[in-house]
Design a protein around this ligand. Structure first.
Ligand code: FE2
Ligand code: FE2
Length: 179
């Protein structure tokens, strides 16, 4: 086994610090780029209305969508997929614009879980020119609840996971706050 000199050990340690520093720098760069990808969507007045509607736990619909958009961005960028569409589609995937907790009582629609992706897509199409990946993300994000509406793109499939993961985290955070 090779015995390292003090100089070599110090060099290794510094290289470790350099790697950590690079990771943090990359993370910050990705965060800035993420915001540039979704800025026009996330600051649109209609999209901002999602802040009025509670979703999972203490999170509003807007908070939830931005969480999904961010995880979509990171995962898709890491995997070499269309991270820009993944972020934008994620930001719009729940643009149904009502409080789903009161929706059934008000409208008699017992199937919000199945019907809201189409409503979100209709609303999003009115404002933005969506590409096929963004439409797939919005329309098919509830799979496997919507049995035969299977995502056609990897970005859409990833959204089915990030949506459930973010929803679970947001719901469990409310339970922690209540303790
Ligand atoms: Fe949804
Ligand atoms: Fe969602």
């Amino acid at each position: 086994m090779k015995v390292l000199t003090r100089y070599e050990m110090a060099k290794d340690t510094l290289a470790g610090f350099e790697t950590v520093k690079n990771i943090f720098e990359l993370r910050e760069a990705w965060k800035k780029d993420f915001w540039e990808c979704i800025r026009d969507v996330a600051t649109h007045p209609v999209v901002l209305r999602m802040k009025l509607y509670p979703h999972h736990g203490n999170s509003s619909c807007y908070d939830h969508c931005i969480h999904v958009a961010y995880y979509n961005y990171r995962l898709c960028r890491f995997l070499g997929l269309d991270y820009k569409s993944a972020a934008r589609g994620g930001m719009l995937h729940d643009l149904f614009l009502y409080d789903w907790h009161k929706h059934t009582k008000k409208t008699g629609d017992h199937f919000h879980g199945l019907t809201h992706p189409k409503k979100a897509l209709v609303n999003a199409r009115k404002i933005f020119d969506l590409n096929p990946t963004e439409q797939d993300i919005i329309y098919r994000h509830m799979w496997p609840v919507t049995l035969f509406r299977i995502p056609h793109t990897w970005e859409g499939f990833i959204t089915t996971l990030t949506d459930k993961y973010c929803g679970a985290c947001e719901t469990s955070r409310r339970k922690q706050c209540k303790r």
